[in-house]
Structure formats: structure tokens, C-alpha cells
Design a binder for this molecule. Structure first.
Ligand SMILES: [Ca+2]
Ligand SMILES: [Ca+2]
Length: 128
């Protein structure tokens, strides 16, 4: 079974698999987006686990979950030593700019895609 979003992942302990077809094709001229990783100040490592980011049954992605005293959650996604996504889920904001996933789609170190917490995303091919 494949769970699709970071919210579902955190509930089900299975990593989200997601597709992003159409996102880039609708973007028009190639202006590279760049998203800044969440600030870990005030957060402590809460849990680490491995998860399946592409639905093949192998847990290739290491997740690190960080929490602060407010219960806000940051998760890092690392495969083959490359950190390719971050999520931020704030407890007091069910939606909006303080809840997101950012992904480095091509392993160049720049987080160039952003998703909502309920959106689908998957481990980029460039980590393999
Ligand atoms: Ca996998
Ligand atoms: Ca990138």
C-alpha cells in the first residue's frame, strides 16, 4: 500500500509516494524556484526511521523527524546520503505557508519544488 502525503506518512509510518505531473509543464518560462529549508532552531531530533519513497517495497529513504516544544514537526528525507526533501507541519496552522514539503528534484542542492502536506511526492531518480 502506498500512502501519498507526509501527513499520511506520519500516521502510517510509510513514506509518501507522489507524482507531480503537470506541475512543471504549467510553469511557463524556466525561472528556477528556490525554497529555503526550515529553520531547525528550537527543534530536537525526535525519531529516525526508514521508509519507502517510491513504492517498490524497499525502504531507501531515511526520515529524521524533529519536534519543537510547540509540537511543530520538521521531517528530513535522505536517500543514498543525499538530503532531497524537507517538510514542515506546524501544529497551530492547519494550512498555509507554514505547512509544506520542499523537494530537490534534480539533486543539485537547491530545493526547487514545493508541495502541500497532502500532495503527492516521491524520491527523485537522481538519488539512485
Ligand atoms: Ca522504495
Ligand atoms: Ca534542485
Amino acid at each position: 500500500m502506498i500512502y501519498r502525503s507526509i501527513r499520511q506518512y506520519l500516521l502510517c509510518k510509510t513514506l509518501a509516494v507522489l507524482t507531480f505531473a503537470g506541475l512543471l509543464s504549467a510553469a511557463g518560462p524556466a525561472v528556477a524556484a528556490q525554497f529555503t529549508p526550515p529553520d531547525l532552531e528550537g527543534f530536537k531530533l525526535h525519531d529516525e526511521r526508514d521508509a519507502d519513497g517510491d513504492g517498490d517495497g524497499k525502504n531507501e529513504t531515511r526520515l529524521g523527524q524533529y519536534l519543537n516544544s510547540n509540537g511543530d514537526s520538521i521531517v528530513s528525507f535522505t536517500s543514498n546520503g543525499r538530503l532531497w526533501a524537507w517538510s514542515l507541519d506546524t501544529r497551530d496552522d492547519e494550512s498555509g505557508p507554514r505547512n509544506y514539503v520542499i523537494r530537490d528534484s534534480n539533486c543539485d542542492g537547491i530545493f526547487d519544488e514545493v508541495y502541500g502536506l497532502d500532495d503527492e511526492f516521491h524520491v527523485p531518480d537522481c538519488t539512485q
